[in-house]
Design a protein around this ligand. Structure first.
Ligand SMILES: [Zn+2]
Length: 641
């Protein structure tokens, strides 16, 4: 398909019209830095802006995962598109008409005219089916008879014509074969419509429409392509009230936000995303001019949503109609808060208005002002939880209060409070302490890092950066973990790995084998912690180090730092993807075994070399077993592909 001369010309024209800063900036927040721009890399779990966009060269590059290229590369990678698709996308964006290139001479400027390929149902076919579905539903909405009820409902709900058009609202007819008949008449690919979940197959061989007699809300990706549909009943006796497309290769509920294509610009501008519950709430907000609003599709906020949003903004406000709905969603939100670098706030309409949802509120006079106030007075998620806890504990005695606060802290700890990066952890601890109205030290103790109060906390960035020239310190600038130390890092990262090691492999981490005294102390604590049955995870090892410090009266803060840093090193290197940790782990075992075998050969007698060779063989065997246990260990996973 590609390789025609006109396409090269097209490519150049489209490239000229697609400034890379503008295009990348439409997908993530960019900040100017000298002559370049930086932002959070969308291609790995970036915590500090690692992606650099260089206008002079019209390229982008990530310093951590190495992803880079021109504007086409960015669009292809970001949206999992092929080259042609990225060309079409950027051409449409830049209002450029592409040269006719397909054999039957149809213009091909939007992708709408792409003929079906009858070779299996992939993303492209499903996208095309969705597009066909959308135009069918929109046609029905304007149909004198079949669209009548839908138009009445839209009018009654006060949805403006502008919004009907912007959100491409449609309707499905009250019959089993509306879309089916239309598809057959037009010769559309039935398998693709089935793949998209729009048509269903009957057991006896026939087919029927999946969405009947419903108001249809197309669900789009960030660039406005229809990836799924939501259908709301029109007859209140029907059920379920809402029906979404099933998950398909182009639609994943847990990462999709309704309205994101229209909201992203405002979200970036406000540095905040507001999340509401229903389609009509999102539309009502946009209609009222509050555009940094999106909806989840009947689920609580997920890590996937947060990953999309944190590239655009710093804060997510979860807006609930009443307090009760908020309580249910808050646990999930806490998990998200502790796994993604984004602030989460809670806002509830109750207390500000008797309107039951944003839709109702915004249709009233002065509703937009109240809505803005509700968002402005949203409460930080951690504070919100402790506020609720205090409410619940009104009139309770001190023992009961202490117990409940401890329970809450334990819960936060279980959800991962202790496993954050040092800076974020320190911020969160401060936040929790303030919300719970207790000392930070109590929080630190509760998350079982085992540090006692008289010792300085290393959770503050200042402490980590403080270089002490006399003593060995983690921050000596030329220290970098070797393979054996990285192996420790893997065990600190994933306590299950220890369970999968043979005793020979465990020997590889033996305390006497490290050049650095700090690493020896960490290894020692790790071994005792493993023997005690508390595992090799960072928490357990820090506990062990604290106990050791108390016993010996030594200050082991630096060893604690080393343990934390070793774990962090592995987390960063693997981008916290567990299959990659496993790969790093396997590689380290291999490297350390080889290193030890070589050393033994040089130093010792033949007997021992033979022993070592046997050990190596045993290791290789166990390595094979490990690979079986772990599944794929991958060939080139660290390259980001
Ligand atoms: Zn990256």
């Amino acid at each position: 398909m590609s390789g025609f001369a006109p396409e090269h010309d097209d490519r150049q024209r489209v490239r000229d019209a697609s400034d890379i800063v503008a295009v990348v900036g439409e997908h993530l927040a960019l900040k100017p830095k000298g002559r370049e721009y930086v932002g959070l890399c969308p291609f790995h779990e970036d915590r500090n802006p690692s992606m650099c966009v260089i206008p002079a060269k019209q390229i982008f590059h990530c310093f951590v995962c190495g992803t880079g290229g021109d504007v086409f590369t960015f669009i292809q990678k970001y949206h999992s598109m092929g080259f042609r698709e990225s060309l079409e996308y950027l051409a449409e964006r830049g209002n450029i008409e592409l040269t006719k290139f397909n054999p039957n001479g149809e213009p091909n400027n939007s992708g709408a005219g792409v003929p079906f390929e009858h070779t299996g149902i992939g993303k492209k076919e499903i996208m095309t089916a969705n597009q066909a579905g959308q135009s069918f539903f929109q046609t029905i909405l304007t149909h004198p008879e079949h669209g009548n009820l839908a138009r009445t409902i839209i009018e009654k709900r006060g949805i403006s014509d502008d919004m009907v058009e912007r959100f491409a609202i449609g309707a499905s007819p009250d019959r089993w074969d509306g879309l089916l008949k239309a598809a057959q008449a037009k010769g559309l690919n039935l398998d693709a419509l089935i793949g998209a979940g729009l048509i269903k197959a009957k057991d006896n061989g026939g087919h029927y429409d999946a969405l009947r007699n419903r108001l249809i809300f197309p669900i789009c990706d960030q660039i406005g392509r229809v990836i799924a549909f939501g259908g709301r009943i029109m007859d209140e006796d029907d059920s379920p009230k809402y029906l979404n497309s099933p998950e398909t290769p182009v639609f994943r509920k847990s990462t999709t936000l309704y309205g994101i294509n229209h909201a992203q610009r405002a979200i970036k501008k406000e540095r905040t995303a507001v999340i509401v519950e229903g389609y009509t709430d999102v539309i009502a907000c946009h209609q009222a001019g509050v555009e940094h609003v999106v909806g989840t599709l009947g689920t609580a906020l997920t890590k996937g949503h947060a990953t999309v949003l944190r590239r655009l903004c710093d804060t997510v406000v979860l807006l609930f109609d009443g307090d009760d709905a908020g309580i249910k969603a808050a646990d999930r939100a806490i998990e998200v808060l502790l796994s993604e670098t984004i602030d989460i706030r809670i806002a509830a309409l109750a207390g500000f208005t008797d309107a039951k949802d944003p839709d109702e509120l915004l249709k009233r006079d002065g509703g937009a002002a109240i809505f803005t106030q509700v968002i402005a007075e949203s409460v930080d998620l951690i504070k919100w939880r402790f506020d609720r806890l205090r409410e619940e504990l009104k009139g309770a005695g001190p023992a009961r209060i202490t117990q409940r606060i401890e329970e809450e802290l334990a819960k936060l700890s279980d959800l991962g409070l202790g496993e954050l990066t040092p800076v974020r952890r320190s911020l969160m601890i401060r936040q929790v302490a303030r919300a719970a109205q207790i000392e930070e030290g109590v929080v630190i103790a509760a998350i079982r890092t085992g540090r006692s109060r008289q010792r300085p906390s290393f959770t503050h960035q200042a402490d980590i950066e403080q270089v002490d020239g006399e003593q060995e310190s983690y921050v000596e600038h030329d220290w970098a973990p070797n393979a054996r130390e990285t192996l420790l890092g893997c065990l600190l990262y994933d306590t299950n790995l220890w369970m999968l090691m043979s005793s020979e492999e465990r020997e590889l981490t033996s305390t006497t084998l490290y050049g650095s005294p700090l690493s020896r102390i960490v290894a020692d604590a790790l071994h005792s912690s493993a023997e005690n049955g508390t595992g090799t995870g960072l928490h357990a090892v820090l506990d062990e180090l604290a106990a050791l410090g108390d016993e010996t009266g030594k200050n082991l803060v630096e060893a604690e730092q080393r343990a934390t840093m070793l774990r962090q090193f592995v987390a960063r290197d693997s981008e916290a993807i567990s299959s990659r940790v496993t790969r790093v782990f396997n590689e380290c075992i291999g490297a350390v075994t080889m290193m030890d075998a070589r050393n033994v050969k040089h130093q010792d007698t033949n007997d021992e070399s033979a022993d070592e060779a046997a050990k190596l063989k045993a290791f290789i065997e166990s390595q094979r077993m490990n690979r079986k246990k772990f599944g794929r260990s991958g060939k080139n996973m660290l390259s980001g592909e």
